[in-house]
Design a protein around this ligand. Structure first.
Ligand SMILES: NC(=O)C1=CN([C@@H]2O[C@H](COP(=O)(O)OP(=O)(O)OC[C@H]3O[C@@H](n4cnc5c(N)ncnc54)[C@H](OP(=O)(O)O)[C@@H]3O)[C@@H](O)[C@H]2O)C=CC1
Ligand SMILES: N[C@@H](CCC(=O)N[C@@H](CSC=O)C(=O)NCC(=O)O)C(=O)O
Ligand SMILES: [Zn+2]
Ligand SMILES: [Zn+2]
Length: 380
């Protein structure tokens, strides 16, 4: 048994003291896990666009000071009373979409949105309404039920997936969010069929994982759309059959470009940016009668979508997707196995690696357009 069990752990965390400010590496105190909670030593975490979105002050649920991060992997350090499904030493991925298996959402095959702890998670707190983090006498909020930008974190038992302990943490951490989300949006939410025509707006890690999912589903045309011309090379590498840059068609309504290219529109379209104007374009570029458009991107506070209702009357469907539609505790260990047997590539998403103290450079990279994912080493 580790000598930290039942004790407060003092460790480094990247604290977000306020929005729009760089993270600050601080010594924080991490309390022991309470009942049905798990304390995790985080080995690796990646940065997702959603961390930047919340730090940028765009998240209506953003609370500060907090410990951000939700795309991580680590080892269970200790467990609270009543925890039965994981034990110290287990390799785990924290889950921002938990799976309690008891609530009406978990019992429904129609959704992966567990409702058990969503309220307190959105309040930046553990399920009992308190925080496990303090720093310089101040309480820090949790983030998305994960807070992986720390050497140690505490999460609910229903928010951890136990995974293969042979799997490399610097790759499988990506299954905590971006890759699982994009891949599942294609396979679960859209349920893309063989021979389909698809367009994907926004070729970051999420959009490229959609492309991978569409390729796995044997779509015949996968059109990658991004304003960054450097994304062409990634588009083709991750399964797009063609790449198109809307900035090359400034004199046209871009949805018409796609509609003309595809004889009336795509069977499936995906928005992976968080831009409500593009969400409309993606819907309207889907085919009359049967087109399905999936919103994955997270839009800034106050933004709303619109279209003419006629677009829906004439048979298009607008859908949304959180965490790829995966029932998380059941599915994430299987996705790790897919990685281990080489059916779900992760390595090529990791374009940058940084030590913990350079985490702010990871945000710069995310904004630079050069990077798909930066993986941070929290503990060796
Ligand atoms: N629903 C869910 O469960 C999840 C949602 N998300 C959300 O998904 C979105 C994508 O995340 P991620 O892949 O990490 O983000 P990235 O920022 O890495 O990728 C977004 C891409 O879109 C490009 N882009 C920006 N504006 C346009 C435009 N007008 N037209 C075409 N392309 C454009 C960007 O180009 P450039 O590089 O030049 O900026 C970039 O390549 C975010 O909104 C994120 O918050 C993420 C995970 C889960
Ligand atoms: N907090 C925001 C919405 C943020 C959001 O939509 N989050 C996604 C995951 S994004 C991951 O990188 C999600 O799963 N949402 C479902 C949920 O229950 O949070 C807001 O309040 O608008
Ligand atoms: Zn994310
Ligand atoms: Zn549930």
């Amino acid at each position: 048994m580790s000598d930290t069990v039942n004790k407060v752990i003092k460790c480094r965390a990247a604290v977000a003291w306020s929005e729009k400010a760089p993270l600050s590496i601080e010594e924080i105190s991490v309390d022991p896990p309470k009942a049905f909670e798990v304390r995790i030593k985080i080995l690796k975490t990646a940065l997702c666009h959603t961390d930047a979105y919340t730090l940028g002050g765009h998240d209506p649920e953003g609370l500060f000071p907090c410990v951000l991060g939700h795309e991580g992997a680590g080892i269970v350090e200790s467990v609270g009373e009543g925890v039965t499904t994981v034990q110290p030493g287990d390799h785990v991925i924290p889950l921002y979409t938990p799976q309690c298996k008891e609530c009406k959402f978990c019992k429904s095959p129609k959704t992966n949105l567990c409702g058990k702890i969503r309220l307190t998670q959105g309040q930046g707190l553990m399920p009992d309404g308190t925080s496990r983090f303090t720093c310089k006498g101040k309480t820090l909020f949790h983030f998305m039920g994960c807070s992986t930008f720390s050497e140690y974190t505490v999460v609910a038992e229903i928010s951890v997936a136990k995974v293969n302990d042979k799997a490399p943490m610097d790759k499988i951490c990506l299954l905590g969010c971006g890759v699982s989300t994009g891949y599942g949006a294609a396979l679960n939410t859209a349920n893309v069929e063989p021979g389909s025509t698809v367009a994907i707006w926004g070729l970051g890690a999420v959009g490229l994982a959609v492309a991978m999912g569409c390729k796995a589903a044997k779509a015949s045309r996968i059109i990658g759309v991004d304003t960054n011309p450097n994304k062409k090379q990634y588009a083709l590498e991750f399964g797009c059959t063609e790449f198109i840059n809307p900035l090359d068609y400034k004199d046209k309504d871009f949805k018409d470009v796609i509609i003309e290219m595809t004889d009336g529109g795509c069977d499936y379209t995906f928005e992976c940016i968080g831009n409500v104007n593009i969400m409309r374009t993606a819907l309207e570029a889907s085919h009359k009668g049967w087109g399905v458009s999936v919103i994955i991107g997270v839009a800034a506070s106050g933004k709303e979508i619109s279209t003419r209702p006629f677009q829906l009357v004439t048979g298009r469907t607008w859908k949304g997707c959180a965490f790829g539609g995966w029932k998380s505790r059941d599915s994430v260990p299987k996705l790790v196995e897919e990685y281990m047997n080489n059916t779900l590539p992760l390595d090529k998403f990791v374009t940058h690696q940084l030590p913990f103290e350079k985490i702010n450079e990871g945000f710069d990279l995310l904004h630079s357009g050069e990077c798909l994912r930066t993986v941070i080493t929290c503990n060796e």
